[in-house]
Unconditional design. Sequence first.
Length: 434
Amino acid sequence: MKTTLEVAGCIATLLTGTVTVHAQNTGTAETKDYFKVSGQYRLRTEYRHGYRTLSYDSLASEAFAGQRTRLIVDYKKNKIAFFASLQDSRTWGDEEMKKDIGGLQFNEAWIELSLPVRMKLKMGRQELAYDDHRILGNLDWANLSISHDAAVLTYASTNEDLKVHAGGAYNQVGEPNIGTRYTLKNYKHLAFLWAKKELKEQHTTISILAVMNGMTPTDTLVKAAYSTYTAGPSLNYSNKGWSVALAGYFQGGETENNLSEEAYMLNSSIGYKKNKLLVGAGYDVLSGNSDNTAAGHTNNFNTLYATNHKFYGYMDYFLSIPTDTKQRGLTDGWVRAGITPGKNYTFTLDVHSFALANANNVAAKKIGKDLGREMDLLFDYKPSPVVAIQAGYCMMFATTNMELIKGGDAANYNAWAYVMVKVSPTFFLHEFTK
């Protein structure tokens, strides 16, 4: 059965590929043919004293500056699109002077061919970002975002109110003559299907995402990949300043540890925006193991390739789920308030209340559900079309349960601050005449 699934994953990859629609090609009408060379420089300075885990009395706080530089080539003509993003990511001072240390890489490098019946095929290194990035996202917050070596087949209706994407990827180390065990910490194979329908008169969009994720088994004697399956719908409503989002996903199959999985994730939010004010609230539930989870089974929901920084607090205590919850799941109730006092700048305050989905009463030290609260104060300023500035100050007010989950001292002052500047200039732009 596992071998059959692996072969199916390979066939899906060869026939359909994996889809990542670049921002300029999603949800908009066809653009003119063009050749464009642009760049991006992003610098983020950070102060950390309790980021990702609680601080210790014996450890001092730290500050650093990290940057990302990209050179981007974008071409579209004769029903062919080509996109390449060459990048360098570094922390200031992480290389010795007078040493030649290679660090360039392609964040994206793909070609897209237009096919009959409003279909396109995209092949190459690309970002996969769908819906709100809860399952497939690019994690653009990180200097090294998430990219896939994949292929994607897409369809869009005439008025683009219906979109269907199917894709897949199959990973190998090198170019073997015979089958080899995949040893990198990526998936062995990936296949997915995404469909989105826009109901304009109802101010609603409905989408469905299904993902098969094949991982190399931790048991070195097992050759076939184990696969999990994640699927679910999401609904978004927006009208007269109101916005409502609902989503639910089920996850099953077998993990790389050969555990039979049954897990779920539920997301809900509501927001209202009028004039310069914005308010919102939401509640997320990710299932996890309980004291009664049977041996050989798991109820941990894995968020796969999500942009979790976007959802579970900017201090990234739950960036890697389920690892960051000690396999016990997570609930996150949050509220948001924002104000835009000027045309180019915004203040936003988020408050999260974190808890485990299930307490742990069988551990040496019992771990209750309540983990604590996080407060994120953000400032966004866009002085020009090519310059964006963001600053944030975040604090974690943790419980002793968080200590048992993450380590550190909940009684300490745990905070994180950053200032980020992003400059995105266009060096050259030529539009081809028809």
